[in-house]
Design a protein around this ligand. Structure first.
Ligand code: ASP
Length: 326
């Protein structure tokens, strides 16, 4: 091959590579919980606050991905913003147990190697998702709970807070009402937070963080910290974060089952997520939804409630933030 031919070949290769990399999508999806969320029950001001906070989390995660950061870092950072906001039922603003305390659960999963970390029953960790990540990266375990998890956190520079930090006035009022009318816990809007992301290297990650359900029994653990129920990520299929009535999500292994339907039955992301949320959960009268992204950057956000706080931002597309079923 003469030199001119070599140069042409080189340019051709460069062009194909750059076209290919432009084609490759990256992005993230977040949620701030699903439930009985109706337009008439949220003031315009509150709606604006939700939209702004969701947008902040979305943009933060996206900027990490845009700069070549990992899906895991994007998920972690987006969830931190939602955990720190009193608007959502995770970190500050978490719902309360029947004893009137906040007890937090979280999990995170890396689709690249199926590594995962989860924590439950935390009372003093400001950002539970950070501890879940630490369990994944710095311990030989996947799931740690309560006192043991907090002791592990102490050895690793994790931020501690008093339990009262999590308790907002709004949650306290909800708690008092729920105590008066126990049945209210079922109709309470949930507000768990979650994020799924696909990075420029094709890696998927998922994370979920929650205070659980209002008036839950002391010691109750929901689906959010359970890998395969509330959180799952696998580079071969998809990343999923769930929100809703956790007991049902555990029984159906919702997040893992969506991945299974894609892997073994060749279902599309949308069909697999719809099957779990709109068919199987619905059949059990279980309310909730999921956010999911697949390895090609397709997104699904089905929910069977009146609303789900959610945001989507995929490279080359406009950000989308929604609350209601529209
Ligand atoms: N799934 C969470 C739990 O059961 C609650 C929620 O998503 O709102 O703990």
């Amino acid at each position: 091959m003469n030199d001119v031919k070599k140069i042409f070949l080189f340019i051709f290769l460069l062009l194909t590579l750059s076209i290919h990399s432009q084609d490759k999508k990256y992005g993230l999806v977040i949620h701030g919980g699903a439930g009985n969320i109706k337009k008439e029950n949220i003031s315009t001001e509150k709606e604006k606050e939700y939209n702004e906070k969701l947008n902040e989390a979305l943009q933060k995660g996206f900027s990490i991905l845009e700069n070549g950061g990992t899906a895991l870092d994007a998920v972690n950072a987006a969830i931190n913003i939602l955990e720190d906001s009193p608007l959502f039922n995770a970190g500050k603003g978490a719902v309360l147990t029947e004893k009137g305390e906040a007890e937090l659960d979280a999990s995170i999963m890396d689709g690249k190697n199926l590594m995962a970390g989860a924590v439950a029953g935390l009372k003093h960790i400001k950002n539970p998702i950070n501890l879940a990540r630490l369990v994944m990266e710095k311990s030989p375990h996947v799931f740690m709970i309560g006192e043991g998890a907090e002791e592990f956190a102490k050895q690793n520079n994790i931020e501690f807070v008093d339990n009262s930090y999590f308790i907002t006035e709004e949650r306290l009022n909800q708690y008092k009402k729920a105590k008066e009318r126990l049945q209210e816990r079922q109709s309470e809007k949930h507000g768990t937070v979650g994020c799924v992301a696909l990075d420029k290297n094709g890696n998927l990650a998922a994370g979920t963080s929650t205070g659980g359900m209002m008036m839950k029994k002391f010691g109750r653990v929901g689906d959010s910290p359970i890998i395969g129920a509330g959180t799952y990520a696998n580079n071969n299929t998809c990343a999923v974060s769930a929100t809703g009535h956790g007991e049902y999500f555990i029984r159906l292994s919702v997040a893992h089952e969506i991945s299974n339907l894609m892997e073994y039955k060749n279902l599309s992301l949308k069909d697999a997520a719809d099957e779990l949320v709109l068919v199987r959960l619905k059949k059990m009268n279980a309310d909730g939804g999921v956010i999911a992204i697949d390895k090609s950057g397709n997104v699904a956000t089905p929910f069977n409630t009146t609303g789900m706080f959610r945001g989507i931002l995929i490279s080359g597309q406009k950000p989308l933030i929604k609350i209601f079923n529209d």
